[in-house]
Ligand binder design. Structure first.
Ligand code: PLP
Length: 454
């Protein structure tokens, strides 16, 4: 018998409820504030953007939220997803650590994002939404939503950040194949886009700006439209917890217990998805040895270098104010290849967990992440998305620490997606054209001067 590599669950073992961390958090989350009145937002403020079921999930304190049957049915296309033991990577690193990774790249869109896109499309369909507009950075969220909208018969419009639109034409083709309409952001379709293009016709765009365009589109379009966000919000994090819930069952199959959990963070959803179901153990037992590590790019280091303050989720100051570690809503990140990690802020629950010391964060450089991604592809075979390569970098660093210390810890990371649409980036790396961008301190100061006064 070869050593076991994959730990797989049958469809009947798929979790039937998402885990809501709000039931167990040992602290309250700061209220989300209305951008005009600066008072806590109520359901009525969010109703123009989201269907009521999702708004309810945003504030629910129920520990388990049942996954609707039609959502489970679509999930079976790729779920349960496999948990792998990285035997070959361990060997290459000569580490006594056991490394496991949960692979979310087997979904139709190639990442974890359909876990929430499918749920959001379903609740919108139930609420009578005919059309959804959204933004996409690397193209991952846009493709996930385009796929999900196609599953439930909803129109989809995607504002795609200009850098990715140029770097990843195939992502656009994929979205269009699933029936979505895609424009580069900044676009001429909204006031927010036209204003930016007037200032800077060559603007790279940013997730914050694309969010502004999508939100403006939704509130002005004559067809009943709603907005959908691929990360940051509580309901998105909730839908991703199926990842961690499956992982817990699969680690039991492997007779292993996690010592270190690692995931990359953009807005925080894949990190939350893997790690939140493990956290009650830490809440109950503060001496628990489990470490939970978020990995962010040095070019957009919101947790490790951002300021903890109320800030807008977007550039045009239209979204509610969220208390978070932020680089400032005006932050224009360097065009690093992990487009999905270029966001200026972070999900509220993750910021609070960080502030209270339940999780750790580390920033890593772009070249070192590609180096890790290539080593992973050459040992494990799977080509990781540049975003996921951040988690690989984090896991490898933990495994190297195990080697130095001679301790065989169990490291589990989230391989959030494959990199088949990121080959231009790998080509650049192979040709020695990938640069490190470390955000200069004065840029952080400048961006923070524009924070709203609460
Ligand atoms: C979007 C994305 C991320 C980062 O976003 P989170 O909301 O932090 O999960 C990470 N990996 C992949 C493959 C992505 O598509």
């Amino acid at each position: 018998m070869p050593e076991q590599t994959k730990y797989v669950l049958s469809e009947s073992e798929m979790p039937e409820a998402w885990y809501n961390i709000q039931a167990d958090l040992p602290f309250d989350l700061p209220p989300v504030l209305h951008p005009g009145t600066k008072q806590p937002v109520g359901p009525a403020d969010l109703a123009p953007l989201f269907p009521m079921e999702l708004i309810k999930q945003e504030v629910s304190k129920e520990r388990w939220i049942e996954i609707p049957k039609p959502v489970l049915d679509v999930y079976t296309i790729w779920r349960p997803s496999p948990l792998y033991r990285a035997h070959r990577l361990e060997k290459a690193l000569q580490t006594p650590a056991k490394i496991f990774y949960k692979y979310e790249g087997g979904s139709p869109a190639g990442s974890h994002k359909p876990n929430t896109a499918v749920a959001q499309a379903f609740y919108n369909k139930e609420a009578g939404t005919k059309r959804i507009a959204t933004e996409t950075g690397a193209g991952q969220w846009g493709s996930a939503l385009a796929f999900a909208c196609q599953m439930f018969g909803i129109e989809c419009k995607v504002y795609m950040v200009r850098t990715s639109y140029d770097q990843k034409p195939y992502r656009r083709n994929l979205m269009e194949t699933w029936g979505a309409k895609v424009v580069a952001s900044p676009s001429m379709d909204t006031n927010a886009g036209r204003t930016m293009l007037a200032q800077d016709p060559n603007c790279y765009g940013s997730l914050g700006l694309a969010i502004s365009e999508a939100v403006e589109d939704v509130v002005t379009n004559p067809t009943p439209s709603k907005y959908a966000l691929g990360s940051v919000l509580g309901h998105v994090l909730l839908h991703q917890t199926i990842v961690g819930l499956e992982t817990i069952k699969q680690l039991e199959l492997a007779d292993a217990e996690a010592d270190v959990l690692v995931a990359s963070v953009g807005g925080g959803s894949n990190f939350a998805g893997l790690t939140f179901p493990f956290l009650p153990a830490k809440f109950k037992d503060p001496t628990s040895k489990l470490r939970v590590v978020a990995i962010e790019p040095a070019a957009a280091p919101s947790l490790t270098r951002g300021v903890y303050a109320y800030d807008f989720g977007d550039l045009s100051m239209m979204t509610p104010l969220i208390k978070m570690y932020t680089l400032g809503h005006g932050f224009m990140p360097a065009p690093i290849h992990a487009g999905g990690l270029r966001y200026h802020g972070m999900a509220s629950a993750i910021c609070e967990l960080y502030r209270h010391g339940y999780i750790e964060a580390r920033a890593v450089n772009q070249k070192a992440t590609f180096e890790a991604g290539v080593l992973f592809a050459r040992t494990e075979g799977i080509l990781p998305a540049p975003e996921s390569a951040h988690a690989i970098r984090g896991a490898i660093d933990e495994a190297l620490k195990c080697r130095e210390e001679g301790i065989g810890r169990t490291i589990v990371f989230n391989l959030s997606g494959h990199g088949h649409f990121d080959l231009t980036s790998y080509e650049k790396y192979m040709n020695g054209k990938i640069e490190d961008y470390v955000l200069p301190e004065e840029e952080i100061k400048k961006a923070q001067e524009a924070l709203p006064i609460i």
